[in-house]
Design a protein around this ligand. Structure first.
Ligand SMILES: Nc1ncnc2c1ncn2[C@@H]1O[C@H](COP(=O)(O)OP(=O)(O)OP(=O)(O)O)[C@@H](O)[C@H]1O
Length: 370
């Protein structure tokens, strides 16, 4: 599967852009702030119906305009699919495939799988557990619709249970049966998510380890561990046990919304003990594992978007990474970098042909085949 065309109208710093791509490696090169990452984000919209960086759609509209449009053409085997996303200020997002509008955006997720790696991903290591859950959810959702539906249901029920806990605290009126209704719903969807996360992590961890070892040439030992309260005990039992505490806290204190991933290096937390290069390598391995997992599950190659990834990686690791992504196991890869010459040099050494687009203040010049 690959993206053959991309058209932008009023998207971030682009008034208009029309680009044609081929499978293989494509580079967007240009100065800081030129709009390279914005091109990757437009591609992210086509695949996952949203920005990778900013959840507020209207903020992606070119300043001064009142709508944006991103259109793309994907080629999968012999099939050609057009995908169109339009955002107007204060209006519902319009998302179409082959001119037919989706009623549920969730139905689009997974059709054109994609993996993005960007400097922003450091939040996965540095920030709270929510970022890491989002990562897991993103990967599984692209391969399993039941998971996404279960997650949506769980989050809705959780919200309602928390509202009820607040109302109980405010009014002093406690109806245990009403709470039990929410508990049952929460346990049903929560258990499905838990089982799927657990199974996913078993496969994923192994793939992750292989990628990290390859990248670092076994230089260090890292670990990725799934952490959930539900690994200790049955969810229904835990929820019942925490009723009194939840009433005091006015929110639900147990469940899969507390799950986390632990990242460690030589058995110490990656956040505190990993060097910047080791942290970056960890993130690269995580995303390459995501790629391999999606490929395994889907049976075709996802898009790989590498945003500004050379910072902090030593030359050896950069070389290994580029060699890896340009071999046959990867399909279409988009890379951004400030230097076209550096990219050219790296790919010349590997002996791989790349297509380079030069980006300058919201204008794209190319393709230049090298
Ligand atoms: N809604 C918007 N309207 C107009 N311009 C925008 C909008 N959103 C972002 N921009 C502009 O887009 C530019 C950033 O583009 P982008 O992040 O793609 O740069 P980049 O080429 O990847 O740079 P770097 O090398 O620094 O990562 C900034 O100049 C920013 O002001």
């Amino acid at each position: 599967m690959y993206l053959a065309q991309l058209s932008l109208l009023n998207f971030k710093n682009y008034m208009q852009a029309d680009l044609n791509f081929q499978s293989g490696v494509t580079v967007f090169a240009g100065d800081n702030g030129a709009g390279k990452t914005n091109l990757l984000d437009a591609i992210h919209y086509l695949s996952l119906c949203k920005s990778y960086f900013n959840p507020i759609d209207s903020q992606q509209i070119l300043q001064g305009a009142d709508f944006f449009m991103v259109n793309g053409v994907f080629i999968k085997e012999e099939q050609k699919d057009t995908v169109a996303c339009a955002i107007k200020r204060n209006q519902k997002k319009q998302f179409k495939r082959n001119k037919k509008e989706y009623q549920r955006l969730a139905d689009h997720i997974g059709l054109f799988p994609l993996v993005m790696l960007s400097p922003y991903d450091i939040t996965l290591i540095m920030e709270g557990s929510e970022e890491r859950r989002k990562f897991v959810d993103n990967v599984i959702s692209q391969t399993d619709h039941q998971y996404l539906d279960g997650l949506i249901l769980y989050n809705k029920t959780l919200l309602n249970r928390n509202i009820l806990l607040k109302t109980i605290a405010e009014t002093g009126k406690y109806d245990p049966q009403l709470l039990e209704v929410f508990d049952e719903q929460l346990v049903a969807s929560g258990n499905i998510i838990f089982q799927k996360r657990k199974a996913f992590m078993e496969t994923f961890t192994e793939i992750f380890n292989q990628h990290y070892q390859y990248l670092s040439e076994d230089a260090e030992r890292v670990e990725l561990v799934y952490d959930s309260q539900l690994l200790q005990d049955d969810f229904a039992f835990l929820l019942k046990k925490s009723t009194e505490r939840d009433r005091v806290l006015e929110r639900t204190s147990v469940g899969i919304h507390k799950d986390d991933l632990q990242f460690s290096i030589h058995q110490m937390p990656m956040k505190k003990f990993g060097s910047q290069g080791q942290q970056k390598s960890f993130l690269v391995a995580l995303k390459l594992a995501q790629y391999s997992f999606l490929y395994q599950q889907k049976g075709f190659k996802p898009l790989l978007l590498l945003d500004d990834i050379f910072d902090k990686l030593d030359e050896k690791r950069v070389h290994k990474l580029m060699q890896m992504v340009s071999d046959n196991n990867f399909g279409q890869v988009f890379i951004t970098d400030t230097s076209a010459a550096r990219m050219q040099d790296i790919f010349d050494k590997i002996g791989v042909e790349v297509t380079i687009f030069n980006v300058h203040k919201g204008q794209v010049d190319g393709p230049h085949k090298r």
